[in-house]
Design a binder for this molecule. Structure first.
Ligand SMILES: *Cc1c(COP(=O)(O)O)cnc(C)c1O
Length: 234
């Protein structure tokens, strides 16, 4: 087994253990392998080990990888855009990705919907919530969620699938859990209102257990699968 296959197996075990500990089925929590800055060869190893869903933060880098794997015949992969999205890059996301986790304003949602090609399935959308980090400019407050969700749900090129957050780092499990639970409550309310909503993208390496205990359905893991990145996230 190569390193990436080995790491993936360990991460999957950790997810299963965390789910089991809180009485959830491990299939309720999917793994998004965050492959930003990593070469296609590393992604190919993960694919060989059974991974299908990949997260990318930089639009052009992600598009290059999507095109590469389409050319090599890997058509059953799922590509998630998880980085901050500027308006001038929305077309590339709309034309190539399957999911966008970082929608936080109507203007970008409208562009993504208008730019989604008619022959592709609607783009799966998560609304990003700024749950704990007041300094971050990304994400809306929970108070703003109902209005944006309603607008997004009406756009024909998009399917509203749920919520995403990047909580500020917390070392205590209890505090991680408290923040994750606020997200879970908002997610359950949204799910009750929209039949398309089924995804809470929450939890990274350091807060995965708390996120899963609170109700996350998708954890985003990079370094633990692919190793440290050569250049830091922008
Ligand atoms: C980079 C990134 C991750 C993964 O981070 P690691 O520390 O490498 O596991 C998860 N979510 C988002 C939004 C990211 O940008």
């Amino acid at each position: 087994m190569n390193d990436i296959a080995h790491n993936l197996a360990q991460v999957r075990d950790k997810i299963s253990a965390a789910a089991t500990r809180c009485g959830r089925a491990s299939e309720e929590v999917s793994l998004l392998a965050v492959s930003k800055t990593k070469p296609a060869s590393a992604i190919a190893e993960a694919i060989d080990a059974g991974q299908r869903a990949f997260g990318e933060n930089y639009v052009q880098e992600g598009v290059d990888k999507i095109r590469y794997f389409q050319q090599t015949g890997n058509t059953n992969l799922e590509w998630h855009f998880i980085g901050p999205l500027q308006s001038n890059k929305s077309r590339l996301v709309a034309e190539h990705f399957d999911w966008c986790h970082t929608v936080d304003r109507l203007r970008i949602a409208t562009r993504l919907s208008d730019q989604r090609p008619a022959d592709m399935a609607p783009l799966n959308i998560l609304i990003q919530i700024n749950i704990s980090d007041e300094n971050s400019k990304s994400g809306i407050t929970l108070a703003e969620l109902d209005a944006l969700a309603e607008q997004v749900s009406e756009l024909p090129g998009l399917t509203l699938r749920g919520l995403m957050a990047i909580p500020a780092p917390e070392t205590s499990y209890d505090r991680q859990f408290a923040v994750a639970q606020q997200m879970a409550v908002a997610f359950e309310a949204l799910k009750a209102r929209y039949t398309t909503v089924d995804t809470l993208s929450l939890g990274m390496s350091d807060d995965m257990e708390a996120a899963i205990a609170a109700g996350s359905t998708m954890v985003r893991i990079g370094t633990a699968i692919f190793g440290a990145r050569d250049y830091p996230p922008k």
